[in-house]
Design a protein around this ligand. Structure first.
Ligand SMILES: O=C[C@H](O)[C@H](O)[C@H](O)COP(=O)(O)O
Length: 238
């Protein structure tokens, strides 16, 4: 039998996540290639009569969901959501995540925090024992970029972490990437983050850091596919 492609694995977890969706739910709609597949499958169900309302985590997801006919709302009108389904760049055995490879971490985290459950859809390539193989995205205000970058680097040093910090560029590769919120992103190649909670605390205390890509205590379930199976992994105490 031929090996499943990564797209096939992503499609499988996207379909599996539909099992968590119930009639009348208020849903957070994630961002990225895996979440995009979920939104497409959800739209099919909506066309078939499923009644849900969604809050998109990015302008890209908003455009996709609107075009596909999924009714949308905002966290101002609907501040509590039943479920968010989103992708991730990495997850560890405690279901701590790194997110933000697509630049949507700020809205994704706000939506996840407003949701009773967070179901993360991934393929096996995202599973790690220790977070940090994927460069940690840190969203920063444009004002004071140089000073904020130095503070971020100093925080890494204090915690015994080392690695290159680079300003993310957009598709032109000459201009900085700008998030939906109008900020920039520092990609921090740390290799391993043995104590994500300590790093998260240090980063939120730096003026100019808007948000970081460590999602701790938010994911309640990870749905992961490998070539042979789909696994549904629940967080202990969730
Ligand atoms: O900012 C982007 C998000 O955090 C994505 O959910 C994450 O990068 C995973 O994306 P993908 O499903 O494309 O690997």
């Amino acid at each position: 039998m031929p090996e499943a492609t990564q797209d096939e694995l992503k499609s499988r977890v996207a379909v599996r996540a539909l099992d968590f969706v119930q009639e009348g739910m208020r849903l957070g709609l994630g961002t990225g290639t895996t979440a995009k597949l979920f939104v497409a499958h959800l739209a099919e169900r909506v066309r078939g009569g499923l009644n849900v309302v969604g809050v998109p985590t990015s302008e890209a997801t908003r455009a996709q969901a609107e075009a596909a006919g999924i009714p949308l709302t905002t966290l101002d009108d609907t501040p509590e959501l039943d479920l968010v389904v989103d992708g991730a760049d990495e997850f560890d055995p405690e279901l701590r995540l790194i997110k933000g490879g697509g630049g949507a971490l700020l809205r994704e985290k706000i939506v996840a925090a407003a949701s009773r459950r967070m179901v993360v859809i991934t393929d096996v390539s995202k599973r790690v024992e220790v977070l940090g193989r994927f460069p940690l995205p840190v969203e920063v205000n444009r004002f004071g970029l140089g000073a904020t970058t130095r503070q971020v680097e100093a925080a890494f040093q204090r915690l015994g972490l080392a690695g290159a910090v680079s300003l993310r560029l957009d598709k032109t590769l000459s201009d900085p990437f700008v998030t939906d919120g109008g900020h920039h992103i520092l990609d921090c190649r740390l290799g391993a983050i043995p104590e994500p909670e300590r790093l998260a605390e240090a980063l939120v205390n730096i003026p100019g850091v808007v948000e970081h890509g460590l999602f701790i205590g938010l994911a309640t379930t990870v749905i992961m596919a490998d070539a042979s199976q789909t696994y549904v992994i629940g967080r202990q105490n969730s």
